[in-house]
Ligand binder design. Structure first.
Ligand code: HEC
Ligand code: HEC
Ligand code: HEC
Length: 432
């Protein structure tokens, strides 16, 4: 291999890391990003374009990333920890010195649509312009008008602390050449207006693909929304196109809308980073937009009938001592909330029986839920959610392995048993 190919190989590797980086960053947008400040979205005196912009800003969850914990809304300073180091979000209030007060509408469009700042610098895809590029000029202008209406906050944020060589911005030229094409959403004329509206929101401002895809060097359009491990963090964002994961072909539109807006249904609960997205963004969308997203999501998922083979029979509990042990642990620690037959309590405690996220191939989220507990999203439809306590100090790894194997095979559930090794791995990922 000559020097040139070695260098090209190395650069491609770096580019691959940058792509993966784009996905993992989103995880940092976790619970309690804000909530202490007055709601900046319902200020008096906004004209109709600014109001529209406020709505779209929520749909893009711009505030979630651009607000430090306990900080001023949109003044940036939020630290997004990644495998490459820490990105610190910029101030996007209209302060002329420290924010985007001097920007023109066109400057803002270039940032959102092309990932370029006014001085010509390329922006890191930690800012999901990779999806926001689908936003129309009209919507971008409305978002800009809203941001410019905010109180200007003078706040200088620390620079990113990214490791060499990722801190070398010109590398982004390579990454972009391989993976980024600016382009607005192009409506599919064979589909309804409602479907296209849903696709526009899911692919664009909703930036679902930023988490729900495994980003790799070769990652092309065919694995869009097909699920991905969020690198460096112990969450797996399930596939939205497979019924075996979070695909919704066998859900009704009402059920999908309820999950996206309330955060918990009789069949599922959104946890961790997904709960945050619902709390900060999705619950604030109109019924009409939620329905449009649901119609689109339902249409992109495969269904049971696409598969000829029936799924494997569940492992009989009594045949394995590990499962018998898991059952005992379940009765001691879990049954009070999740119920004798794993059905949970509708709208309060999620079911484990028939729950897709419990039986999907990756046991990561299930293990994580048990290790760390958690709360469903706080939403208008579920204003005081009941939580689940963490069990990481109470249960040993082998106990958690047996417990997870049990709930993956009890009450008609059927999935591979998990090992102590899986639990150890889950503990390890996400330790920052
Ligand atoms: C997942 C976190 C995240 C979300 C969500 C997000 N941003 Fe950002 N944004 C960033 C990061 C990180 C940067 C810095 C990128 C860089 O330095 O290259 C950034 C940069 C920017 C910039 C460039 C600012 C400058 O001074 O150069 C603008 C403008 C911006 N974001 C606007 C928005 C808007 C509008 C939204 C919502 C539609 C949004 N962002 C949503 C993380 C996010
Ligand atoms: C910050 C990363 C992130 C973003 C952005 C994101 N998701 Fe998720 N999503 C996750 C993770 C992680 C899970 C797994 C946890 C869970 O099951 O709730 C998940 C789970 C889900 C589920 C399954 C919930 C269940 O338990 O059945 C659906 C449906 C979903 N997401 C839809 C969406 C849609 C639609 C969008 C865009 C509007 C979106 N997600 C954006 C990370 C994300
Ligand atoms: C005090 C009531 C309570 C107890 C006890 C409890 N849970 Fe939970 N569980 C919940 C709640 C509430 C949620 C939703 C939390 C969230 O979304 O983060 C949940 C979520 C889960 C999930 C995630 C489901 C999903 O769809 O993502 C799993 C798996 C789980 N519990 C398993 C267990 C196991 C195993 C035990 C026993 C070790 C247990 N729980 C004990 C209340 C409880």
């Amino acid at each position: 291999m000559n020097d040139f190919t070695a260098l090209t190989g190395r650069l491609e590797e770096l580019a691959a890391h940058l792509v993966a980086g784009a996905a993992l960053l989103f995880l940092a947008t976790d619970a309690a990003a804000y909530g202490n400040s007055d709601d900046p979205f319902y200020r008096a005196g906004l004209d109709s374009q600014q109001q529209r912009g406020a709505y779209l800003t929520r749909a893009g969850n711009c505030m979630g990333c651009h607000t430090a914990r306990g900080g001023q809304p949109f003044a940036g300073g939020r630290r997004l920890t990644t495998a490459f180091g820490v990105f610190v979000t910029p101030n996007i209030t209209p302060d002329e010195e420290t924010g985007i007060g001097n920007w023109t509408e066109a400057d803002f469009w270039h940032a959102l649509h092309e990932g370029k700042s006014p001085d010509g610098q390329l922006l890191y895809p930690a800012f999901p312009y990779t999806e926001y590029t689908k936003v129309t000029r009209q919507d971008a202008n409305a978002i800009f008008a809203y941001l410019q209406s905010l109180p200007a906050i003078r706040q200088t944020n620390p620079p990113h602390a990214i490791r060499f060589p990722y801190n070398f911005r010109p590398l982004l030229h390579i990454w972009r050449a391989l993976h980024f094409t600016p382009g607005e959403y192009v409506p599919d004329s064979s589909k309804t207006t409602q479907w296209n509206r849903g696709a526009y929101l899911v692919q664009g401002l909703g930036h679902c693909n930023a988490c729900h895809t495994n980003r790799s060097l070769l990652g092309g359009a065919d694995n869009e929304l097909a699920g991905g491990q969020i690198m460096g963090m112990n969450w797996y964002a399930p596939s939205l196109t497979s019924h075996l994961e979070a695909g919704s072909s066998d859900w009704t539109i009402d059920e999908i809308v309820a999950l996206l807006s309330i955060g918990i249904t009789d069949r599922a609960v959104a946890s961790g980073p997904m709960a945050t997205i619902i709390r900060q963004s999705l619950q604030h969308l109109s019924e009409e937009d939620l329905r449009a997203m649901a119609v689109y999501l339902q249409s992109i998922s495969d269904s049971k009938s696409d598969y000829a083979a029936a799924s494997a029979a569940p492992a009989p509990i009594s045949a394995y001592s590990s499962l018998v042990h898991g059952e005992q642990l379940y009765q001691t620690y879990c049954q009070d909330c999740h119920g004798v037959s794993g059905k949970g309590v509708p709208g309060v405690y999620p079911p484990l029986a028939g729950n897709r996220s419990v039986v999907m191939a990756s046991p990561l989220n299930t293990i994580r839920s048990i290790l760390e507990g958690g709360y469903p999203a706080t939403t208008k439809g579920n204003p005081r959610p009941y939580g689940m306590p963490p069990f990481q100090q109470i249960l040993h790894d082998y106990e958690i392995a047996n417990l997870v194997s049990y709930i993956r095979n009890a009450w008609g559930n059927s999935a591979d048993r998990v090992t102590v090794y899986d639990v150890e791995q889950s503990r390890r990922i996400g330790v920052e």
